[in-house]
Design a protein around this ligand. Structure first.
Ligand SMILES: Cc1cc2nc3c(=O)[nH]c(=O)nc-3n(C[C@H](O)[C@H](O)[C@H](O)COP(=O)(O)OP(=O)(O)OC[C@H]3O[C@@H](n4cnc5c(N)ncnc54)[C@H](O)[C@@H]3O)c2cc1C
Ligand code: SF4
Length: 488
């Protein structure tokens, strides 16, 4: 029985946690949503209609038991809600913050379809685990019994860390190798603090280290250590290296100073948030302060760049995208946030090259002064059903800019070449081939998870892969054929 605290959606309106005013939030890198108060979380959780077939759960990549933890929150049974929530999700407080809920759980909430506004699932999920940490309900992952088998994980992003968590809890000796100096992958150095504060990620890194996961940081596989050396050291290896090769732009002056890659720009900004010395930021190359900034792209990375530039004190920030608002890949929630903060979107525009000049006596060649912009219109749909942008002849103009950030997406690095391992099979897109349930590659004992298999995707999918690969390895160690998780 759901009890009388549920089904409140007819009388209680949907409310997200309070959002900070744009004038306030654009002055720092703190998260823009405040935490729910306990009564408000319970009230919002009580809006769930406790469907017999919960579509939210089906459309959550982790199949989180959403109706159950919503009910427990509505009843004030928070510690139990935490137990249920963490049973299927390694980092619920992170997914609660940054999953595109409108496309996943909340987008399939039945009460939304009846016109009452979806349950705020993500915000409640975040609230449950933040509260659990505050109250000391999150136990150590230290296993009761140690095992002798060891697993090496290459890449400390959400995919690698989720696998590390599953394996370490079962007593396996786990070593995570990463070329960066901090664990967390894109959660640490890609996604800005206004979406995901860094303390939240570091808290999880600390929990894993305290539980006995060994981190070997500043260690690039392929140069500091070979892939074969890692294989020799461990009984199984998981490749969780993500996708980092930026898509580039051609055209005149494409290599001018001031035309930069989104990943370099965001990494520098995130490093500054940690208080690191970042020479490329300190010399102004990757700092938007006082500049006219143009960001090219329409995905979530572009949204993160425009909003970072606002916070750094750019004089203007424009986002060029070759389709229109309705056809952009980035989340509408993030577009709205960016507009509130002062970003201007210039729809149906594409860069054809750059203007550059030697206006300042500086070393390093010409600096960008503008983007040659072509105007587009939407034509017939292509094979995927999306309308194709077409050029409007003779409508070009120059958009003045001092900093241009290319946010056109990412592709996999050529791992078989970089690691001298041609046997590591890749698809025609360069992603690693792996079994979709066990995540084992055709190389025995080598598994692959996250973006390096899926292409640029989401944290929640990387977590799912990592958990499944961890379970598959445990099943194999136990002599079973079928992974324990993979619940569909
Ligand atoms: C700017 C930006 C914003 C995003 N925003 C969101 C969002 O809001 N919500 C969301 O769900 N997803 C978001 N994503 C996507 C999400 O971050 C990724 O899908 C997710 O991090 C992939 O996890 P992963 O573990 O596969 O790889 P990653 O997080 O990329 O981690 C890979 C790790 O492998 C390491 N590595 C790579 N090569 C080597 C090597 N040779 N040797 C040693 N270490 C190596 C890297 O240093 C890195 O730490 C965003 C991505 C970007 C770029
Ligand atoms: S993990 Fe993501 S999709 Fe699943 S319930 Fe949480 S916010 Fe929704």
């Amino acid at each position: 029985m759901a009890g009388n605290k549920m089904l409140q959606f007819v009388t209680v309106d949907r409310q997200t946690p309070e959002k900070r005013e744009a004038t306030d939030r654009k002055t720092d890198f703190g998260e823009i949503y405040r935490e729910f108060a306990a009564e408000r979380a319970a009230e919002q959780a009580g809006r769930c209609s406790q469907c017999g077939v919960p579509y939210c759960q089906t459309h959550c990549p982790l199949h989180n038991n959403i109706p159950d933890w919503l009910r427990l929150v509505a009843e004030g049974r928070l510690e139990e809600a935490y137990e249920v929530s963490q049973a299927t999700n390694t980092f619920p407080e992170i997914c609660g913050r940054i999953c595109p809920q409108d496309r996943l759980c909340e987008g399939n909430c039945v009460i939304e379809q009846s016109g009452h506004g979806t349950v705020t699932i993500g915000a409640v999920e975040k609230y449950i685990t933040d509260t659990a940490f505050e109250n000391g309900w999150v136990p150590s992952i230290k296993p009761r019994r140690e095992r002798t088998e060891s697993v090496g994980i290459i890449g400390a992003g959400p995919g690698g860390l989720a696998a590390a968590d599953v394996l370490r809890r079962a007593g396996v000796q786990v070593t995570v190798y990463d070329r960066y100096d901090r664990a967390g992958g894109l959660m640490t150095y890609g996604i800005p603090g206004f979406k995901l504060e860094k303390d939240v990620v570091m808290r999880r890194n600390d929990q894993l280290a305290e539980g006995g996961v060994t981190f070997v940081l500043n260690c690039e596989v392929g140069s500091d250590i070979t892939f074969d050396e890692i294989r020799e050291k461990h009984d199984a290896v998981i490749v969780a290296t993500g996708v980092y090769k930026s898509r580039e732009l051609d055209g005149a002056n494409a290599d001018a100073r001031g035309v930069v890659r989104a990943i370099d720009y965001l990494t520098a900004s995130n490093r500054k948030s940690f208080g690191d010395a970042v020479p490329e930021f300190d010399d102004g190359s990757l700092d938007a302060e006082g500049k006219r900034v143009v960001v090219i792209g329409g995905g979530d990375t572009a949204m993160d760049c425009v909003r970072t530039a606002i916070r750094q004190g750019a004089t203007s920030v424009k986002c060029l995208y070759r389709r229109d608002r309705a056809n952009m890949p980035g989340s509408q929630r993030e577009v709205a946030n960016a507009e509130e903060e002062g970003v201007e979107f210039v729809w149906l525009t594409a860069p054809a090259g750059f203007e550059a000049g030697l206006q300042e006596a500086m070393e390093g060649g010409p600096a960008v002064t503008g983007v040659n912009v072509q105007r587009m219109r939407l034509g017939e749909p292509d094979a995927t059903g999306r309308q194709k942008p077409e050029l409007i002849e003779g409508a070009d103009y120059v958009e003045e800019a001092d900093l241009v950030i290319k946010a056109l997406g990412f592709e996999p690095e050529a791992l078989p070449t970089l690691w001298s391992k041609p046997e590591l099979e890749v698809t025609r897109w360069g992603t690693i081939k792996a079994d979709f349930r066990t995540h084992e590659t055709p190389l025995e004992g080598v598994y692959a998870v996250g973006d390096i298999v899926r292409g640029a995707s989401l944290v929640v999918w990387a977590i799912r892969d990592g958990r499944e690969a961890g379970e598959a390895i445990l099943a194999k160690l136990a002599g079973a054929d079928v992974p324990v998780i993979a619940a569909e």
